[in-house]
Design a protein. Structure first.
Length: 250
């Protein structure tokens, strides 16, 4: 088996007396789509922040292609091939859609500028469903279209690893299917994806493997169907024994 693209070893992050991520071990192999699941407050977004460099771990190590990244700044990690979207959308609201994407293109490993950046920005906007919106100021977009723009900007970095934090949340059924197909296409082109998601239809459609966190700790890691039927996972999500609930959409 090849080397993990991403590996977390006993990673811990505290906020005062709260241990938000507690000795988390995680491996992500090239070409995988892995769901990072858990109830609200379980540490999922903190884990994403640690991987992307928005936060630094208090202990443990994070390796990308075998090289430590846990002491690097977020922009340095981005240049190594890690891009992300955020649970609360972050776009450059005073800039146009095209300018938002071109900002990402400038920071890819070999920065893209000028005409080449203009053409690539238009292509990326079309890819996420924003064709014809290049000149629209991003602050005037709907929330869903801002999420699409944020994804286009992440893809502009030409990442090896894409971190999606509830990117599919809030989509209507048609948009959800379009989003699932887009993620499948990106993965089919070789992109490795770690996604935090509560939409179980998407988890079943996309993730061959799931990692589940609760109270900062990993409580399950394995094939999606097995993990979602695990009594410990059901208890963490529901506080009960309804063994079928996580195997359906919630």
């Amino acid at each position: 088996m090849s080397e993990p693209l991403l590996q977390l070893k006993e990673v811990t992050r505290r906020f005062g007396g709260l241990v938000a991520v507690n000795q988390l071990d995680l491996k992500l192999w090239p070409g995988e789509v892995v769901g990072l699941l858990g109830p609200n407050g379980s540490g999922k977004t903190t884990a994403m922040n640690l991987i992307s460099g928005a936060l630094q771990a208090h202990s443990g190590s994070i390796l990308l292609e075998g090289h430590p990244i846990h002491r690097l700044k977020s922009y340095q990690i981005a240049r190594l091939g890690v891009a992300r979207t955020f649970q609360l959308v972050r776009v450059l609201k005073g800039m146009t859609c095209q300018e938002n994407v071109e900002a990402g293109l400038a920071f890819r490993p070999q920065g893209l500028h000028g005409k080449a950046a203009h053409e690539q920005a238009l292509a990326l906007l079309a890819r996420v469903g924003l064709e014809g919106r290049a000149a629209v100021t991003s602050g005037n977009l709907t929330y869903i279209d801002q999420k699409r723009l944020e994804l286009a900007r992440a893809l502009a970095l030409a990442p090896k690893l894409l971190l999606l934090d509830e990117w599919l949340a809030g989509l209507n059924p048609t948009e959800l299917q379009q989003g699932i197909e887009l993620i499948k296409t990106m993965n089919g082109e070789g992109l490795t994806i770690l996604l935090v998601e509560h939409v179980m239809d998407a988890v079943h459609a996309l993730c061959t493997r799931c990692v589940v966190m609760n109270a900062g700790m990993k409580i399950a890691d394995g094939p999606t169907q097995d993990v979602l039927a695990d009594p410990h996972v059901i208890q963490a999500y529901l506080g009960g024994d309804d063994g079928d609930s996580l195997l359906k959409d919630v």
